[in-house]
Design a protein around this ligand. Sequence first.
Ligand SMILES: Nc1ncnc2c1ncn2[C@@H]1O[C@H](COP(=O)(O)OP(=O)(O)OP(=O)(O)O)[C@@H](O)[C@H]1O
Ligand SMILES: C[C@@](O)(CCOP(=O)(O)O)CC(=O)O
Length: 388
Amino acid sequence: MRDRHRPARTRRPPHRRGRPVTARRTITRRAPGKLFVVGEYAVVEPGHPAILVAVDRHVAVTVTGSGGDDVVIDSDLRPEPARWRRRDEGLGPVDGRAPDGLTHVVSAIEVVDALLAERGLRPAPMRVSIRSGLHRAGTKLGLGSSGAVTVAAVSAVAAHRGLDLSPADRFRLALLASARRDPGGSGGDLAAAVWGGWIAYRAPDRAAVLDLARRRGVQEALRAPWPGFGLRRLPPPRGLALEVGWTGRPADTATLAGRLRTRTWREGAARHDFLARSDACVRASIRALERRDDHELLRRVRDARKILTDLDGEARLGVFTAELTALCDAAESVGGAAKPSGAGGGDCGIALLDAGAEKDIARLRDGWAAAGVVPLPVRVRPPEGNTE
Ligand SMILES: Nc1ncnc2c1ncn2[C@@H]1O[C@H](COP(=O)(O)OP(=O)(O)OP(=O)(O)O)[C@@H](O)[C@H]1O
Ligand SMILES: C[C@@](O)(CCOP(=O)(O)O)CC(=O)O
């Protein structure tokens, strides 16, 4: 019970409460980009699997102390740094207008701030600098920069305040940050960025985990079970090369994926058929990888192209542009298998083919160049840490 003789203290807003944290001087954290091997679109539905790989290009986020402002964000995608003030409801722009293109980073900072507040720690003023290796001259390559920047920002901001997060906590915080902006995203990009290598991923129910965090706090949302979520490491193919082709055109994933939210699609039989075919294809691809059966994997990736083509025809998404169709045809003409990576409509695609067939790989790249597809020198990034 409160001592009635002591003057009641004014209640301080969450970001002013708690012990000040000793902020570490300069912290940089990197997170890699990703490619979808099979299972895109279906993976948006909780519990439905996809296979992804992390790539050896990344987004780097550096956090240092800031002189005066609560938060300064300096991104290579923006001409000038943006200044933010911590408010009860989250970060607000000092100049009154939120600049475009920083919502992923802002959301990552807000989620870490919320966790700190729950742990009785006060956030420190900071400058957050972002450099992306997942863009070319400011244009995204379609390698998951939004996921990478979210994971790198969560890790760097937490580490700057002395919190060393486990991979699972990094994933969960990044997923909460991303789902607050857009609960439609599967989080497959985040899982690839956190765990690296080849992974099989199933998305949690984002509405349910957001609700959990709102009702019981971020800390509790890190501990509770997340229905639908699944993660499994997979061995890489034994003798296949993974080639990546860029169409040069950025695509808006949210717009394409949003076309599957119509009532007609959600309630129609085509959706069930698509999900069943995609699930069967992903499961067979997982088995092929685990049995080190490269030929079977190639067959399954060709199936995945067909499943996406049928989805595209059925739901009129605009997945297959002329460049992406040419990218796939060129790979199949040299005995490989290929498909768009992710939502399609531009961005990039992948091809798998015999790693020893150097002439075929050269012919593939020539075919791509003739169709206006730029071969990207990208490799798979090896797995990180454990899955805890
Ligand atoms: N260097 C960066 N600085 C700040 N924000 C970034 C940076 N890179 C990416 N982002 C955030 O990610 C968003 C881009 O997300 P988008 O989904 O369009 O591209 P992507 O994730 O690279 O590609 P894809 O989803 O096709 O794999 C940007 O609008 C911005 O909010
Ligand atoms: C369509 C979808 O399954 C994949 C999108 O991939 P990308 O962001 O276009 O690379 C959406 C998602 O998984 O969030």
